[in-house]
Ligand binder design. Structure first.
Ligand code: 2P0
Length: 319
């Protein structure tokens, strides 16, 4: 009897933005993330007469289903197993979170696959499996802070836990400014960014940025962590602007939110932004300031939705 696998989403503080190998999803840089308690995916596999995929109780067809079926075929070949599978997933990642669910979705799918076939895999192997579905999913195997080391091949490109139950006071406010689906997928956006004249600098800085972020985590230095995360996100988005041709994930409200974060900081409300491949802004702050920041955003934006998240756990199974 298969169990349901649960995986939480993560937010990258040092971002993955570039692939060395698209098929294996090998990155050109290492990345570091915080797993979030508020958002997760649950997935269960059962033997069936044909492949099917339901998400939140709705049968999926088209590209979403193909991506899941292709992934399952790849994993079946890798482990020498076979059979048609019914995939049932529930995403507890509200659109309002403005967070991509592919990190939790593929981490949960990899874990459900391993459980269904009773594979003898450890979390490192699970992380490699999840990576093949979506790069960021490699990090969602673990709770707290995780590092995805870029490695040089399929064998050594996996995530490992840095601190699984951090004591640090760190919150993430997911601010939904815009609920339209993104126009440029992460996969396309990171490929296009390679044409930026700053791309090599982005790669050259990775080791140092990662080391500095690890140091901020080890010393519990929120100011350092927030500043580095904000800088890293801005570097990533500067690659889109300077790509040939240039593009941006930002919308006017994204800029307005960036400025509001700066204004709050000037007033002594310490907070920092990070932004992924979309227009929504995520704010890093500490518990004491959450309410104040939320109030300021609700005053500045008419229809904003904000969800507060803390540290989430790694993969788990439910009967
Ligand atoms: C990250 N992002 O590190 C970066 C930062 C978005 C911006 O990983 O192409 O869905 O499936 O491997 O994992 C989102 O991209 O990319 C992502 P694929 P994924 O979280």
């Amino acid at each position: 009897m298969s169990r349901t696998a649960r995986a939480h989403t993560n937010i990258a503080l040092i971002k993955y933005w570039g692939k060395k190998d698209a098929k294996l999803r090998l990155p050109l840089m290492s990345s570091l993330s915080m797993t979030l308690d508020a958002f997760y995916s649950e997935t269960k596999l059962t033997d069936a007469s044909e492949m099917s995929f339901s998400l939140n109780g709705v049968k999926q067809e088209g590209p979403a289903a193909s991506r899941v079926f292709n992934y399952l075929k790849l994993m079946q070949e890798r482990f020498g197993v076979s059979g048609s599978l019914a995939v049932e997933s529930i995403n507890h990642v509200p659109t309002a979170a403005g967070l991509a669910s592919s990190s939790s979705a593929f981490a949960a799918l990899a874990a459900a696959f391993a459980d269904h076939y009773q594979l003898d895999v450890d979390r490192q192997e699970l992380s490699r499996m999840a990576r093949m579905g979506s790069g960021s999913a490699s990090r969602s195997i673990y709770g707290g802070f995780a590092v995805w080391q870029k490695g040089s091949s399929d064998a050594d490109s996996f995530a490992y836990p840095l601190v699984e139950s951090p004591k640090m006071d760190l919150k993430l406010l997911a601010v939904e400014l815009n609920d339209q689906p993104k126009k440029i997928s992460s996969t396309k956006g990171m490929e296009a960014s390679k044409t930026s004249p700053f791309y090599q600098t982005w790669l050259d800085r990775n080791d140092q940025e990662l080391a500095d972020m690890e140091d901020a985590i080890k010393t519990g230095d929120f100011t350092k962590l927030g500043s580095l995360a904000e800088l890293n996100a801005s570097e990533m988005h500067s690659l889109t602007l300077t790509a040939q041709p240039g593009f941006t994930y930002f919308e006017p409200d994204t800029i307005k939110a960036i400025k509001l974060v700066g204004n709050l900081r000037e007033k002594g409300v310490e907070c920092y932004y990070t932004i992924d491949a979309g227009p929504n802004v995520k704010i890093l702050c500490q518990s004491q300031n959450c309410k104040k920041i939320i109030n300021n955003f609700e005053t500045a934006f008419e229809r904003v939705k904000i969800i507060e998240a803390g540290f989430g756990p790694g993969i788990s199974y439910q009967d």
